[in-house]
Design a binder for this molecule. Structure first.
Ligand code: FES
Length: 103
C-alpha cells in the first residue's frame, strides 16, 4: 500500500477564515492514482462533507471543470497524478465551498 498525505484548504462553516485539514489516503502500490481519485476516496471513506467538482461522465480531461490548485499550480484533478504529499486548494477566489468554485 502507498499512502498519500493530503492537506486540503477548506472553507469555514460560517464563512470567515478557512482552515487546513489533513487526510491520509491509501491506494495499492501499482494503481495509477489521480488527484480526483484521492478526493473521491476522501469523500467516500473519510469525510462526506468535503466539496469538490466531480463529473462522472467526464473524468478524462474533456470538460475542463475539475480544476484545483495542486501545490500552488492549477491542474485538472482528473488528469493530474496524485503527489505523495500535496496541498489542494481552490483554483479561484470565487469559492462556493472547499475546493468547489464558481466557473
Ligand atoms: S472531470 Fe472533466 S476535465 Fe476533469
Amino acid at each position: 500500500m502507498k499512502e498519500y498525505h493530503v492537506t486540503v484548504r477548506r472553507s469555514a462553516p460560517e464563512g470567515g477564515e478557512g482552515y487546513l485539514q489533513e487526510y491520509t489516503v491509501p491506494f495499492p502500490d501499482d494503481e495509477i492514482v489521480s488527484v480526483l481519485n484521492v478526493l473521491e476516496y476522501i469523500y467516500r471513506e473519510l469525510d462526506p462533507t468535503l466539496a469538490f467538482f466531480d463529473h462522472a461522465a467526464c473524468r478524462q480531461a474533456a470538460c475542463g471543470k475539475c480544476m484545483v490548485k495542486v501545490d500552488g499550480a492549477v491542474k485538472l484533478a482528473c488528469k493530474e497524478p496524485a503527489h505523495e504529499t500535496m496541498l489542494l486548494e481552490p483554483y479561484s477566489t470565487r469559492v462556493v465551498r472547499d475546493l468547489l468554485c464558481e466557473s
